[in-house]
Design a protein around this ligand. Structure first.
Ligand code: ZN
Length: 282
């Protein structure tokens, strides 16, 4: 099976389209998992939702969860906590989306996992963190550890930070596959077992990491539509699984026409800082 894991598209249709083409260039694409923020910031929220629905209609199963910008667009989340540029873009998006787009975004769940949907396998999907799927950031080793203690699957997929990176948890004192229940007891008592090793690494373009049963992962595919890890290219992950159980996550960065998107954003009157940052990847 080959699955594209995408997140934080943010109304950037040009980037999304290039990512889907790239994912299909490896042969069959059997699933798309989307970690939220399909809309917000960018000029084409309706086109992005339509592209995802078209993939689904074309026979590629899609599993998507909601992000904070998706919730803001449907009025389910107040934009009072947004920074001024994000709030301006959210108000623009609220006015730009069609009833069809709003209904789709409204129907997105906060969390999906393989414990309830078998095709998601060993993964839990959220936008932020399992603790607060809409708002919290996966931004420290402590949050990653707490998240792994909270979920019912070995691995967790998140978005929201717009950084392509992953935490991996090893337990040198434990042999064989790690189960979700293995470290819950320690976490409930407020401490990490001394033997545990949790590390953070960036995904670099083209790198492939094994999904090893003895290592638990919190992986972030980065952002399709507004990367913030210093690269302007659209970021996503390909999950490749084989019948023999050789599973891997491959990082991909894809070029798209940034000038076109910036022009559309200017025409839409979106904030200059949001337009400029696409070029810098910050
Ligand atoms: Zn986002």
């Amino acid at each position: 099976m080959r699955c594209a894991i995408i997140s934080d598209i943010h109304g950037n249709f040009d980037a999304l389209e290039r990512v889907i083409v790239d994912a299909m260039s490896f042969g069959s694409l059997d699933a798309i998992w989307c970690l939220g923020d399909i809309v917000g910031y960018g000029p084409n929220p309706n086109e992005c939702v339509r592209e995802i629905r078209d993939c689904e209609l074309g026979g590629i199963p899609v599993h998507a969860v909601a992000g904070n910008h998706d919730r803001a667009a449907t009025g389910k989340l107040s934009i009072a906590e947004f920074n001024p540029d994000a709030a301006t873009a959210a108000r623009w998006t609220i006015n730009a989306i069609t009833a069809e787009t709003r209904a789709y975004l409204d129907g997105l769940p906060e969390r999906l996992d393989g414990a309830t949907i078998p095709t998601l396998g060993d993964f839990t999907l959220v936008h932020g963190t399992p603790h607060d799927p809409i708002w919290d950031y996966m931004d420290s080793h402590a949050v990653a550890f707490a998240s792994l203690a909270e979920i019912d699957t070995p691995h967790c997929l998140v978005g929201h930070t717009h950084r392509a990176e992953y935490y991996s948890l090893h337990d040198p004192g434990h042999s064989g596959p790690l189960q979700p229940s293995d470290h819950r007891h320690e976490y409930d008592h407020g401490h990490e077992p001394a033997s545990l090793l949790i590390t953070l690494a960036a995904f670099t373009h083209g790198i492939s990491i094994a999904v090893d049963p003895g290592v638990r992962l919190v992986a972030n595919p980065g952002s399709v539509g507004q990367p913030r890890d210093g690269l302007s290219t659209a970021s996503y992950l390909l999950l490749e699984t084989t019948d023999g159980g050789q599973n891997s996550l491959r990082s991909r960065r894809v070029q798209y026409n940034i000038d076109d998107v910036q022009r559309k954003m200017r025409e839409a009157g979106l904030p200059p800082r949001l337009i400029a940052r696409l070029r810098h990847g910050r």
